[in-house]
Design a protein. Structure first.
Lengths: 514, 394
C-alpha cells in the first residue's frame, strides 16, 4: 500500500489541479498539494475540515453537488463555478469541478478535482469579444498572407464569410481589386509590416469599396513563418464628416469676414459719395463764377468801367470761395480715386482669396496669398494690432492655394483674438523664408499666449477657448489637416503672457508621394 | 440763439474729410467740429458743449457705444447719432441703448443733414434746454417694479413671436425702444408698417429679447418718493387706453393710435426715475421735473428717438380738448377719446363729459355699433386687474 500512497502523492503533485478525497460527511480525508492554491492554506491543514469550512466561497454550490454525487453515486464532470480568489481578494477565478464517488460499499466518500480554468475562460472571452462583438474589423493571416480567421465585423463590412476566404490571400481578395487602392503585389502591400493607422481602400465581395484605417501587428501561432493580425475601421463616414466640418469652418470664417468686409467697403463708399457730392457742389459754384466772368468779358458791357468789372469778378470769386475750391478739389478727387481703389483692391483680394482649388495642386505665390488674406481680414485685425510683413523672396510653391488661404486666415484671426484683454495694440509679424527644399511661414503675435496645459489640445477638432458662437474649434485642426495633406507641418511655440508663434513648413515641390 | 454745434467722430480721417466737404453748404448754419476718436471727442465736448454728436461705432480705443454712453451721462443735452457701416452682434445692444438715431454708412448728405436738423429742433418751446437734458439722458425706459412679468416671459427660452408681440404691445419701455430702433436696418428688416406687431415680426425674437434684456437691466437706483401709486396707475391707464384706442381708430391709424396711447405718459416714467444722486426737483402734484411738465419731457424723448410724428402729435395733444375733423378722428382724436373714456371708467377726475359726448357722436364712431363706455370698462378690467388694483380710482 505504501507504493499506492506514493503513487497517489505523485499524481496529486503532477496534475495542475487540486485533487482531494472527501468522506461521506464531506470531511477532507486527504488533499493534494494543488489544494493549497485553491484554499490558500497548506494542504496538510485541510484534513478533518469539512468542505464548507475549507472552501467557504465555493461552499454554497459545491456542497449540494457533492451531496448529490454521494446520494446518486453518479459522477459529475466539467461543472464550472466562478468564485472569489481565496488568496487575492477582489479577483474572481473560474473553477472546473470534477467529482467521482469512490468505489466500495456503504458510503466510502468521493474524489474531488478542482481545476483553475480562469486563464482559459478569459482567453475565450477575449476571443469572443474580438471575433463576435468588437465593431472593428479584424483578420489574421499566416506568413504567406493567407487568411486564418476573420471576425464578424470584418465579415459584415467586407461581405465575405470566414469560410469564403479561409486559406486565400486577403490582399488579393480585398485590397488589390479596390480602385484607388493599392495595386501592388502582396509582397509590396503596406499591410505586410507592423504599422498603426495605415490608410487603405478595401473592396467588398460585391466590388464596392470603402475607406479604412488599418493597424497591423505581428502574430506568431505555432511553428511556421510569422503571420499578422490586422484590425481596420470603416472611415468613409468620418471622412465625409471631416469634409463637412471643413465646409462649416469655411462658412464660419466667411460669415465673420463678410461683416468685416461690409465695413471695409462701406467706409470708402461713404467718403467717395461725400467727396463726389462736394465736387458736384463745387462745379456749381465754379460754373456760376464762370458765368460772371463771361458777363464781365462781354463786349455789350461796353461802357462799364474795368474797375467795375474786376469788382464784380472779385465778388463772385469771394462768394464761391475760390481759394478753398482750388485747394480742396484736387484733394477731393484724389481721395475719391483712393476710395475707389480701396474697394477695387478689396474685391480683387476677395476673388483671389476665395480661389477654388482643383483636385490637383498648382504653383502659387505664397507671399501674394498672405497679402491677399491680410487685405480680406484687415477689419478683423486693424482695431487690435499692427501687422508687420517680413516676406523673403520665395519660389512658387506647389500647393492647394485656397486651402492655404484658409489656414492663413485662421492663424491671422487667432492672432488677433489673442490680443483680447491686453489693453494696448499688439503686433503680429508674418514672415516667410526659404529653408532648403521647404518654405517656412511664421505667424507671430505678442498676445496672451497659450497656457502649457492646453497646448497639446489646440490642434484637436472642436477644441476651442473662444466663447460660444465665436469659434467652432475647427481652425487649427483644419490647419494641421491641410499641412499634412501638403506633406508639411505646423508647430507652435508659446509663452503665456508673451505671445505665440505658429511655424508652417511646406515642401516647395509639393507632397512627395513615395 | 447761438449757432448750433455739431461734432462728427470717426477714426477714419477720409470719412471726416468727406463729411467736412459735403456738409460745407451748411457752414453758415452749423459750427462743425471733427474728432478722430472717442477720447478726442470727449475733450472737445468738455471744452464746448455740442448740440449733436454724430459718431462711428467701431473705433480703436474707446468705441462709439462707450463714447455715446459717456456723452449720455456727462452731456445729456447733446443729441446722439450713430453713423456706422456695420455693428457687430455683440455691440448691437449697447449701441441701441447709447444712441438716439441710427444711420448706416453709406448715408448721403441729405439724410444726415435732415436728421441733424430734426435734432436741432426742440419740441418744448417753454423749456427747450431742460426738457432736452431730461429726455437726452434716457437710454432706456425702466420696467416698473411688479410689472416685469411680461419681460420675464419674453426672456424665457421658450418665448416665441407671439410672446414677443404680447409683451411689446403692453410694455411701455420696450414699445418705445422698438419704435426708436425700427427705422434703422441695424436692428433687423424694415417693418411693413409702424405697428409694434410689425416691428416685432421684422426684428425677430432674438433681437427683441436682446433689447428687452439690455433695457430691463438698466433699472434706476430708485423712483422719486411717492411715485409708486402714480406709476402703477399710469401703467394700467396706458394699457387700457392702448387697447381701446386701437378699436377707436380707423384701420389706417390703428398702429399709431395704439402706440401713442401706450406711450402717452412716457414722460412721467422718465421724470420719476431717479439716476444716481442726481439732484432734480420733482413736483408730483403739478407733474413737473425741474419746472418741465412731464408731458413735455416725454414728447421731447419721442422726438429725440425719432418716433413717427403722428405718435408724437397724439402724445403731445393728449390733454388738449379735441375738436375732430368731420372727415375722421385721426390718431390724436382716437387717443384723446380713448383717454377720456378710460379716465371715466376708472372713476378718475378730469374727463369732460361734454367733450366726450361730442367725440362719441363723431360719424366714425357712430358707424360702429359699439357701446364705447362699456368697452372702456372692459378695457380697464382687462388691463391686468391684479396689477392695476393699486391704481383704481386714483
Amino acid at each position: 500500500m505504501a507504493d499506492v500512497s506514493a503513487l497517489l502523492e505523485t499524481i496529486e503533485a503532477a496534475v495542475p489541479a487540486g485533487v482531494a478525497f472527501v468522506d461521506e460527511r464531506l470531511r477532507f480525508v486527504r488533499a493534494g498539494a494543488g489544494f493549497a492554491a485553491v484554499t490558500g492554506r497548506p494542504a496538510a491543514e485541510l484534513a478533518g475540515l469539512t468542505v464548507p469550512e475549507a472552501l467557504p466561497s465555493l461552499a454554497d454550490r459545491l456542497e449540494p453537488l457533492l451531496s448529490q454525487v454521494l446520494a446518486t453515486r453518479t459522477p459529475v464532470v466539467g461543472e464550472r463555478f466562478d468564485a472569489p480568489d481565496a488568496t487575492e481578494p477582489g479577483r474572481v477565478r473560474t473553477w472546473r469541478v470534477d467529482c467521482r464517488p469512490l468505489p466500495g460499499d456503504g458510503s466510502p466518500g468521493l474524489c474531488l478535482v478542482l481545476t483553475d480554468i480562469t486563464a482559459h475562460t478569459v482567453a475565450t472571452a477575449f476571443r469572443t469579444a474580438f471575433m463576435q462583438d468588437m465593431p472593428e474589423g479584424l483578420y489574421t493571416v499566416d506568413g504567406e498572407g493567407r487568411l486564418t480567421s476573420l471576425n464578424r465585423a470584418a465579415s459584415e463590412m467586407l461581405g465575405w464569410s470566414q469560410e469564403d476566404l479561409l486559406g486565400r490571400q486577403v490582399h488579393a481578395a480585398v485590397h488589390l481589386p479596390a480602385p484607388g487602392g493599392t495595386p501592388v503585389p502582396e509582397q509590396d502591400c503596406p499591410l505586410r509590416d507592423p504599422a498603426a493607422a495605415v490608410d487603405a481602400v478595401f473592396a467588398r465581395k460585391d466590388g464596392s469599396t470603402f475607406q479604412v484605417v488599418c493597424s497591423v501587428a505581428p502574430l506568431r501561432v505555432g511553428a511556421g513563418s510569422q503571420g499578422r493580425l490586422v484590425t481596420f475601421r470603416d472611415v468613409t463616414e468620418t471622412r465625409r464628416a471631416q469634409l463637412a466640418a471643413h465646409h462649416d469652418q469655411k462658412l464660419e470664417s466667411l460669415g465673420r469676414l463678410s461683416a468685416g468686409l461690409a465695413h471695409e467697403i462701406n467706409t470708402p463708399i461713404q467718403f467717395v459719395g461725400d467727396n463726389t457730392r462736394f465736387l458736384a457742389d463745387a462745379y456749381q459754384d465754379i460754373a456760376q463764377l464762370l458765368m460772371v466772368y463771361r458777363e464781365c468779358m462781354a463786349p455789350d458791357l461796353g461802357e462799364v468801367a474795368w474797375d467795375e468789372r474786376t469788382a464784380r469778378a472779385r465778388a463772385a470769386e469771394d462768394k464761391a470761395d475760390v481759394e478753398y475750391l482750388i485747394a480742396e478739389i484736387p484733394v477731393a478727387v484724389k481721395q475719391t480715386l483712393e476710395g475707389v481703389e480701396r474697394v477695387a483692391s478689396l474685391v480683387r483680394a476677395m476673388k483671389s482669396f476665395s480661389y477654388k482649388d482643383t483636385a490637383e495642386q498648382s504653383y502659387a505665390d505664397l507671399n501674394e496669398a498672405i497679402r491677399t488674406t491680410l487685405t480680406v481680414a484687415r477689419n478683423e485685425v486693424k482695431y487690435v494690432a499692427d501687422v508687420e510683413l517680413d516676406l523673403a523672396e520665395l519660389p512658387e510653391v506647389l500647393c492647394h492655394r485656397g486651402d492655404l488661404n484658409q489656414v492663413f486666415l485662421n492663424l491671422l484671426v487667432n492672432a488677433a483674438d489673442a490680443m483680447e484683454g491686453r489693453g494696448e495694440r499688439g503686433r503680429i509679424t508674418i514672415g516667410t523664408r526659404l529653408d532648403g527644399p521647404d518654405v517656412v511661414i511664421t505667424f507671430a503675435d505678442d498676445g496672451s499666449g497659450i497656457p502649457e496645459h492646453i497646448r497639446q489640445s489646440i490642434f484637436d477638432p472642436f477644441f476651442t477657448t473662444k466663447g460660444v458662437g465665436k469659434g467652432t474649434g475647427q481652425g487649427l485642426a483644419l490647419a494641421r489637416a491641410v499641412l499634412d495633406r501638403h506633406g508639411g507641418s505646423i508647430d507652435v511655440q508659446s509663452v503665456p503672457g508673451e505671445g505665440t508663434t505658429f511655424t508652417l513648413r511646406l515642401p516647395v515641390d509639393g507632397r512627395q508621394d513615395s | 440763439m447761438s449757432t448750433p454745434r455739431v461734432l462728427f467722430v470717426d477714426d477714419e480721417p477720409r470719412i471726416l474729410d468727406g463729411l467736412r466737404r459735403s456738409l460745407r453748404g451748411r457752414r453758415g448754419e452749423w459750427d462743425m467740429e471733427f474728432a478722430n476718436g472717442g477720447a478726442e471727442a470727449l475733450e472737445r465736448l468738455a471744452a464746448t458743449p455740442c448740440d449733436v454728436v454724430v459718431s462711428d461705432m467701431r473705433m480703436p480705443g474707446m468705441d462709439g457705444a462707450q463714447l455715446l454712453t459717456e456723452v449720455s451721462r456727462s452731456h445729456p443735452g447733446t443729441a446722439r447719432v450713430v453713423l456706422s457701416g456695420h455693428i457687430e452682434e455683440e455691440a448691437i445692444v449697447q449701441v441701441a441703448m447709447a444712441g438716439h438715431r441710427f444711420l448706416t454708412k453709406p448715408s448721403d448728405a441729405e439724410t444726415l443733414t435732415a436728421v441733424v436738423d430734426q435734432l436741432l429742433l426742440h419740441t418744448s418751446a417753454a423749456h427747450p434746454a431742460t426738457a432736452r437734458r431730461i429726455a437726452g439722458a434716457v437710454r432706456s425706459i425702466p420696467v416698473l417694479p411688479g410689472h416685469a412679468d411680461g419681460i420675464d416671459a419674453l426672456l424665457a427660452p421658450d418665448a416665441n413671436l407671439d410672446t414677443a408681440v404680447s409683451t411689446a404691445t403692453r410694455d411701455i419701455g420696450l414699445a418705445a425702444k422698438l419704435l426708436q430702433l425700427s427705422s434703422s436696418r441695424f436692428f433687423g428688416a424694415r417693418p411693413r408698417n409702424y405697428s409694434i406687431e410689425a416691428i416685432v415680426h421684422a426684428m425677430g425674437v432674438t433681437m427683441i429679447q436682446a433689447v428687452a434684456d439690455a433695457g430691463s437691466s438698466w433699472s434706476p437706483p430708485g423712483w422719486y418718493p411717492g411715485a409708486a401709486p402714480v406709476l402703477a396707475a399710469t401703467w394700467c391707464h396706458a394699457r387700457a387706453t392702448a387697447r381701446l384706442a386701437e378699436r377707436l381708430a380707423s384701420p389706417a391709424n390703428r398702429p399709431h393710435a395704439q402706440a401713442a396711447a401706450l406711450l402717452q405718459d412716457v414722460g412721467r416714467l422718465i421724470c420719476l426715475a431717479r439716476e444716481d444722486g442726481e439732484p432734480a426737483a420733482v413736483d408730483l402734484e403739478n407733474g413737473t421735473r425741474d419746472g418741465v411738465p412731464f408731458r413735455d419731457a416725454g414728447v421731447e424723448l419721442l422726438h429725440l428717438w425719432g418716433v413717427p410724428a403722428p405718435i408724437i402729435g397724439a402724445v403731445a395733444q393728449r390733454d388738449t380738448p379735441h375738436r375732430p375733423e368731420p372727415s375722421g378722428l385721426g390718431v390724436a382724436g382716437a387717443v384723446r377719446t380713448a383717454h377720456l373714456l378710460v379716465t371715466q371708467a376708472e372713476n378718475a377726475p378730469g374727463a369732460d363729459e361734454q367733450e366726450l359726448a361730442l367725440l362719441l357722436a363723431h360719424p366714425q364712431l357712430q358707424a360702429q355699433t359699439v357701446d364705447w363706455r362699456q368697452a372702456a370698462e372692459d378695457a380697464v378690467r382687462q388691463a391686468e386687474p391684479s396689477a392695476c388694483g393699486a391704481g383704481r380710482g386714483g
